[in-house]
Design a protein around this ligand. Structure first.
Ligand code: HEC
Length: 142
């Protein structure tokens, strides 16, 4: 073995050692970084609006109410919140939390003209949390 060969060998070994060390360091910093272990929709499900949206689907509201302005069995809830809606008796009512709660409790209390008497009462069907979430969701459709 001559000197040049030994020097080359040391160089190669050192290079490998440096690359390995860099690789380990990179791996360690990567695993130390917070991982995106939860999906964005899981995080969103924690907001009242997102819970309301899922209650809206699960309890069948979406079957009768669109949220995009299109007509279904019931009035669309798109951009309704905060506006005055016309009632069958000629009066108007502001679409707000109280009106949504009343509609869920006794849908016919303030009837809308041109809509059938088909909405069931959701008394005992919705928890307080679900009702709050529905209100937040409907309010977010503005
Ligand atoms: C079987 C169909 C049906 C289902 C299911 C239904 N609704 Fe309705 N909803 C209606 C109809 C029809 C009206 C209009 C009623 C009236 O004027 O008597 C209405 C009225 C309303 C109103 C008053 C709206 C306005 O613009 O004046 C709200 C708020 C409402 N529904 C929310 C809900 C929510 C929230 C759910 C689910 C928990 C739901 N509805 C389930 C048919 C339905």
């Amino acid at each position: 073995m001559n000197e040049a060969f030994l020097r080359n060998l040391v160089g190669v070994v050192l290079t490998i050692a440096v690359i390995t060390a860099l690789g380990l360091w990179y791996g360690m910093t990567r695993s130390a970084m917070p991982k995106h272990s939860f999906a964005p929709e899981q995080a969103a499900a924690k907001t009242p609006e997102a819970l309301g949206a899922s209650v809206f689907e699960r309890k069948g509201c979406a079957g009768c109410h669109s949220v995009d302005g299109s007509s279904r069995v019931g009035p669309s809830l798109h951009r309704d919140f905060g506006s005055m809606v016309a009632l069958a008796d000629g009066s108007t009512v502001e679409m707000n939390e109280a009106y949504i709660r009343e509609s869920l409790h006794s849908p016919r209390a303030k009837a809308r003209p041109g809509f059938p008497d088909v909405m069931p009462s959701f008394d005992g069907v919705l928890s307080e949390r679900e009702t709050d979430a529905l209100v937040a969701y409907i309010a977010s459709l503005r």
